[in-house]
Design a protein around this ligand. Structure first.
Ligand code: SF4
Length: 321
């Protein structure tokens, strides 16, 4: 399988110099065709920033300091604006968390769909996708203005637009948060099925660890702008190697181990400075050893096939198969 998403040493920062705060810190990650990757972590961990970095969509005040992003062979950070627009229009589609504001309020839904697809997919294919995402009243939806749709309907429209475009990569940021549980499961299953059938690389950015476990092939756990653990599911969730992954799972109802009570992770994610020399998780980590964790930044360690962890003292030993 070939990598459709390739990120090498990507750092994004607020501010400049040694006091710059890192929004992303030396991210290296690849995703193959047809792979479904879950990106998880608390709010402020950097997962949305990383997702949108694929399309060079940066939060205000953030700038790249090093690294490279390649989508389907295009060097995104150095691409001309025309190539970038073409990428976003056809090959890389986003499904945003806030469905209504992701639609253009000045255009009817039918027109937005037509603009998203070039050439316009045949009507039968469009109606079939609308049915699959639960938009059965075709004419009413296509003639509606965004403000006339509920949040759930707008989210289905955004998903339909992403699918009808037949992109190579889809980044879905909490893409089903406005839907009720049974519809959410159906749409996540549909997204996964399309990814597998069409070779779409699908990134699911989510707080819902149950959904990530069920629908993803791999998971990347983020903390303070770094990927602290990455590897195949269910191996990572069954035997987390990073103390943060373990704490995140232990705090999720239904994913704790038998007999475990649900602890919370004390404290919050703090932004990490470029000049910092410690592990960003040290202040919250039950396994921290001050002599090393407060004085040395961890670098990725291999803890098994296709699996890495960013910790001096991983819960799984280095080289575990
Ligand atoms: Fe905890 Fe130290 Fe590992 Fe950081 S490097 S996660 S503080 S054990």
């Amino acid at each position: 399988m070939s990598a459709q998403v390739k990120i090498e040493g990507l750092s994004l920062a607020y501010g400049a110099g040694e006091t710059a705060v890192l929004a992303l810190d030396r991210i290296t990650l690849t995703s193959d065709r047809g792979q479904v990757l879950g990106l998880v972590g608390e709010s402020g961990s950097g997962k949305s920033t990383l997702g949108f970095a694929l399309g060079r969509l940066l939060p205000q005040g953030v700038r790249p300091t090093e690294g490279r992003v390649e989508i389907c062979g295009l060097d995104v950070w150095n691409a001309e604006i025309r190539a970038l627009r073409a990428l976003r229009r056809k090959r890389l589609r986003f499904i945003f968390q806030d469905p209504v504001s992701s639609l253009d309020p000045t255009r009817r839904i039918g027109r937005q769909i037509a603009e998203a697809v070039d050439p316009v997919a045949d009507r039968a294919a469009l109606l079939s996708i609308m049915d699959e995402v639960g938009l059965h009243d075709h004419d009413r939806v296509l003639s509606a203005w965004p403000h006339q749709l509920s949040g759930g309907m707008a989210q289905r429209v955004a998903i339909a637009i992403a699918l009808i475009a037949e992109p190579d990569v889809i980044v879905a940021d909490e893409a089903t948060s406005a839907l009720d549980a049974s519809v959410r499961a159906r749409i996540l299953a549909l997204l996964r099925e399309r990814a597998k059938a069409r070779g779409i690389t699908l990134w699911l950015l989510s707080h819902d660890l149950h959904a990530v476990r069920r629908y993803c092939d791999r998971v990347a756990v983020m903390y303070a702008g770094r990927i602290v653990e990455e590897g195949p599911l269910p191996a990572v969730f069954d035997a987390p190697a990073h103390p943060y992954t373990a704490a995140l799972l232990a705090a999720t109802p239904g994913l704790e181990r038998p007999g475990e009570t649900l602890p919370t992770i004390p404290g919050t994610v703090k932004p990490h400075r470029r000049a910092a020399v410690d592990c960003a998780f040290a202040a919250r980590c039950a396994h921290a050893r001050p002599d090393r964790c407060r004085t040395e930044r961890p670098e990725p360690l291999s803890v098994g096939t296709g699996r890495s962890v960013l910790c001096h003292f991983p819960l799984l030993k280095q080289g575990t198969p």
